[in-house]
Ligand binder design. Structure first.
Ligand SMILES: Cc1cc2nc3c(=O)[nH]c(=O)nc-3n(C[C@H](O)[C@H](O)[C@H](O)COP(=O)(O)OP(=O)(O)OC[C@H]3O[C@@H](n4cnc5c(N)ncnc54)[C@H](O)[C@@H]3O)c2cc1C
Length: 460
């Protein structure tokens, strides 16, 4: 019998795949269990007739060396593509018009996106007192530091684009820790942004606003497919449905083809969404199930739509647009996929990937496909100017899309540290732990594996 430590990794999203990959590399005997028939979780790329469709993340930011090195180590360097320079231009909808986000001091002074009052208000920011309390909603934080217009026309659409969430509900400290730290450490966002750049350089970190956006020639699934190829075959269509401590390890109950069986492991790394975790931990840690089940994952529909180029009135000269809630429209925003990366639509065509729902309009995300198509088409026609019909449409509804780090979320994050300490050998990694992006999920897995290797339970 092998004397390798056995590890069950539950969930084959990017977090689970990374954890399995690194643990296997360290000599652990790893088995991954995945409920669906797909490796990659939220990362799904499809290709049909010259259209390349990312139904989950369309790209991610190269925010850490860990992510960069992993992509290189998997031999994907030559397939990695950075976003087109044109994608630096982003639009916000104001009064039904697309207005570019100012990218320089001069364009900021000239922009009609913010009033003169709002621009002058920014000058006060370095002199304002810190916000009170250590767990404040992002909306309150931004209203205090930057003013109402910035909240409505910069932060609200940005949060819809990243979290499909609501700044009134999200926690500054848990969901936007770097922003929070600027105020805490420097007393001001503007001062902190200037001084912090020097410290980031020392820590070899890249600020999210500077990090380069990338994907792969054949879409985001290239990444997770490569990871899946490197690890022992995944047990697909296998749901983890129960977990108990046994001896010095764990007994995992799995369901496959309607049959239940148990398997024993020295360690378990849980990489499933918080709602699935709640069910899984009901026997081992019943105290955690309530809070974990309460983590909200609003629904989001991703609507990929391609048109003939000549049917679009305006030039698609940017990343796309986001819509502030105060504009009262029916979608959250739309990215111009064929401008950002090459090969997303055949020659002579353009592709839009639009996002519908989130906490703002959850019912919209759950509309039948025909109605969703109508809704998105109507908004694209009004905002971008489209004369023809789409030549290709693909829709994916994520009923539980992205975890919302709401005010109080620090307590949820603390649950994972506590459980890891309380139950040695039980570990967690995922987009509910240290950020929701693909890059954050990779880092979450990396930190978890580091703790396992070093034998440190709990906090990073
Ligand atoms: C529509 C959408 C757009 C996004 N856009 C971006 C973007 O542009 N850039 C970016 O960086 N990030 C983006 N994200 C976020 C990012 O994609 C995710 O946060 C990240 O991929 C999550 O990875 P994960 O492995 O933690 O979880 P998941 O991908 O959710 O993987 C969890 C896995 O666990 C499996 N599972 C669940 N229960 C069980 C069980 N009981 N037993 C076994 N397996 C189970 C699931 O089937 C799934 O495969 C987006 C997310 C969505 C949904």
């Amino acid at each position: 019998m092998s004397d390798k430590k056995t590890v069950a990794v539950i969930g084959a999203g990017i977090s689970g795949l990374c954890a399995a990959y690194w643990l296997q590399k360290e000599g652990y005997d790893v088995q991954v269990f995945e409920k669906s028939g797909h490796a990659g979780g939220a990362i799904i790329t499809e290709r049909e007739g010259g259209f390349l469709i990312d139904l989950g993340p369309n790209s991610t930011l190269e925010t850490s060396e860990v992510l960069k090195e992993l992509v290189g180590e998997l031999g994907l360097g030559s397939q990695k593509i950075y976003a087109n320079e044109a994608a630096n231009k982003r639009y916000i909808v104001k009064n039904g018009e697309l207005m570019p986000i100012p990218m320089s001091a001069l364009s900021f002074l000239k922009t009609g996106l913010f009033s003169w009052r709002a621009k002058l208000r920014l000058l006060q920011e370095p002199f304002l007192k810190p916000t009170l309390g250590d767990d404040i909603a992002l909306a309150d934080f931004v209203r205090h530091r930057l003013g109402r217009e910035f909240l409505d026309y910069a932060i609200n659409p940005f949060v819809a684009g990243v979290y499909a969430g609501d700044p009134k509900a999200l926690s500054t400290a848990a969901g936007f820790p770097k922003l929070y730290a600027l105020e805490k450490n420097y007393g001001s966002l503007i001062r902190g942004a200037l001084l912090g750049a020097r410290e980031r350089k020392k820590r070899k970190e890249v600020a999210k606003d500077r990090a380069r956006m990338f994907s792969f020639r054949d879409g985001m699934q290239t990444f997770t497919d490569a990871l899946a190829r490197e690890i022992k075959p995944i047990a697909f269509h296998t749901s983890a449905c129960g977990l108990r401590q046994k001896g010095g390890g764990f007994e995992l109950e799995i369901e496959q083809d309607g049959r239940r069986q148990t398997k024993e492991f020295d360690m378990v790394v849980c990489c499933v969404p918080a709602h699935a975790l709640a069910a899984l931990l009901s026997e081992t840690a019943p105290e955690a199930t309530g809070p974990l089940a309460d983590v909200r994952y609003p629904p989001v529909s991703v609507v990929y739509m391609a048109f003939k180029k000549e049917d679009i009135r305006r030039e698609l000269d940017g990343f796309g647009f986001l819509i502030p809630e105060v504009e009262n429209r029916e979608i959250l925003g739309s990215i111009w996929s064929s401008t950002i990366f090459p090969g997303r639509a055949p020659e002579g065509h353009v592709a839009f990937t639009s996002f519908v729902g989130g906490t703002r309009q959850p019912d919209n995300a759950l509309l039948p496909k025909g109605q969703l198509e109508e809704l998105v088409l109507g908004e694209l026609k009004a905002l971008v100017g489209i004369s023809g019909k789409p030549v290709f449409t693909r829709i994916k509804t994520w009923e539980k899309a992205i975890p919302q780090y709401k005010v109080g979320y620090k307590k949820i994050q603390a649950i994972f540290d506590k459980l890891e300490k309380q139950y040695p050998g039980l570990h967690f990694a995922g987009n509910y732990r240290r950020g929701i992006s693909v890059g954050d999920s990779v880092l979450s897995a990396h930190e978890t594996v580091e703790r396992i290797i070093q034998g440190i339970p709990g906090k990073v």
